[in-house]
Design a binder for this molecule. Structure first.
Ligand code: SF4
Length: 398
């Protein structure tokens, strides 16, 4: 079904019959398997080990969706692969295209859980924002996803499946090598806390970074965390991708209120993890995300406190005008307030661009993602959010 709205294109593709057919297909998808695992499969099927590397390249670099298309494999091997596996991606249940070109997909998985993925095209690059969990445990108060309970972690296959399905939709196979790629950057800033699902995220990102895989450089990948301090170092050592921190407050009192995880990992520990993040330098800085909330964290004193807080941290700020969502208690700071805040940081020689909101009309902007399909009123949503926050508070007090 195609629904045209004033400036927004929405394509609803939820086809129950197709969902049932997919659920009844018991063959696992090969997506998410790395080269070593594909090599083992090839050997177990009586093939030479290097056939695994060929399958890897067909799947992740050329994007084929049928084993039949793997023309340098024997007919017999292709037939056995087809009998045993699929190369199926998550189903695009809904695709929305914003008036500014931002695209948001609602991807459905085999157990009918859903998560969102957003593509943001810009002049010089195209960034895909992917999810690592269905829902989130962390209940950050300004975040729409945080009002949706954690349902489950996504697997490596479901994480990389978002990249593959987005590239299907963008028509980007095989991987262009002439600098014309539409999808150049990946950010783990969608639904969920990636460091609470690190093993699956890391496995997917290694396939994304492989030269004969999707071939996105680690310098073009950013993992965003709410501040899971013990996992930050591991992320730097094992993946060496860029790091972004959802900071959003200049002191523990405000951050405890906005982000309950701060009670477990306070600012002092978080800043130390940033200072010592492997590979960080003046040329490779950590991004500190700071959502501008009217009357909450946007005073001139907050800005001055931030300058002190990040002393000795190689970092830059992203100031994010708050993107509203149904039931939120917060408002965005005024343009003047954001400007004054930015001036104070800039005078301390801190890079601090104001992020241009993208995809607001399709709820694809930062902090707006949520797959809850319940039809709730604003008041019901607010009550649901308050309940989730209260439960989190109680949990943290134990
Ligand atoms: S900001 Fe991130 S970590 Fe916090 S609730 Fe939202 S998705 Fe979870």
């Amino acid at each position: 079904m195609r629904t045209y709205m004033p400036n927004t294109l929405q394509i609803d593709q939820d086809d129950p019959a197709r969902q049932v057919a997919l659920a009844n297909d018991l063959r696992p998808s090969i997506l998410g398997l790395d080269k070593a695992e594909l090599t083992t499969i090839a050997e177990n099927m009586g093939e030479k080990a290097y056939r695994g590397a060929q399958v890897f390249q067909w799947v992740y670099n050329r994007g084929v969706q049928s084993f039949e298309d793997m023309s340098d494999l024997s007919n017999d091997f292709r037939a056995r692969l087809t009998d045993t596996y699929t190369i199926s991606r998550p189903e695009s249940v809904q695709e929305q295209i914003s008036e500014d070109g931002t695209r948001k997909w609602l991807f459905g998985y085999r157990d009918r859980q859903k998560a969102e993925t957003v593509f943001i095209p810009e002049d010089e690059r195209g960034t895909l924002c992917i999810s690592s969990q269905v829902g989130c445990t962390l209940t950050c108060r300004f975040c729409h996803t945080g009002t949706q309970r954690l349902v489950r972690n996504l697997t490596a296959g479901e994480i990389i499946g978002q990249v593959m399905a987005a590239r299907d939709s963008l028509g980007e196979w095989p991987t262009p090598t002439d600098g014309t790629r539409a999808l150049t950057n990946i950010v783990l800033m969608g639904m969920g806390e990636p460091l609470y699902n690190f093993d699956e995220v890391a496995k997917a990102m290694r396939i994304v970074m492989a030269g004969d895989g999707i071939a996105v450089s680690r310098r073009k990948i950013t993992l965003s965390t709410s501040g899971v301090v013990p996992e930050i170092k591991r992320c730097g050592e094992e993946l060496r991708v860029n790091l972004a921190i959802s900071l959003h407050a200049a002191n523990d009192e405000t951050r405890n209120m906005l982000m309950p995880i701060n009670k477990k990992y306070p600012l002092k520990d978080l800043m130390e993890a940033c200072r010592t993040y492997p590979g960080v330098s003046s040329a490779r800085r950590i991004t500190l995300e700071y959502v501008m909330l009217k009357g909450i964290n946007d005073s001139e004193q907050d800005a001055r406190d931030l300058v002190k807080l990040v002393k000795d941290v190689h970092c830059k700020f992203n100031l994010i005008p708050f993107n509203s969502w149904p039931g939120t208690p917060y408002e965005c700071s005024s343009t003047e307030t954001i400007g004054r805040f930015q001036d104070i940081l800039a005078r301390a020689s801190i890079t601090c661009p104001i992020r241009t909101p993208r995809g607001r009309d399709i709820l694809a902007a930062c902090g707006q993602l949520k797959t809850n399909s319940e039809k709730l009123s604003v008041r019901e949503r607010k009550a649901q959010a308050e309940k989730a926050w209260a439960e989190k508070e109680a949990e943290l007090q134990h």
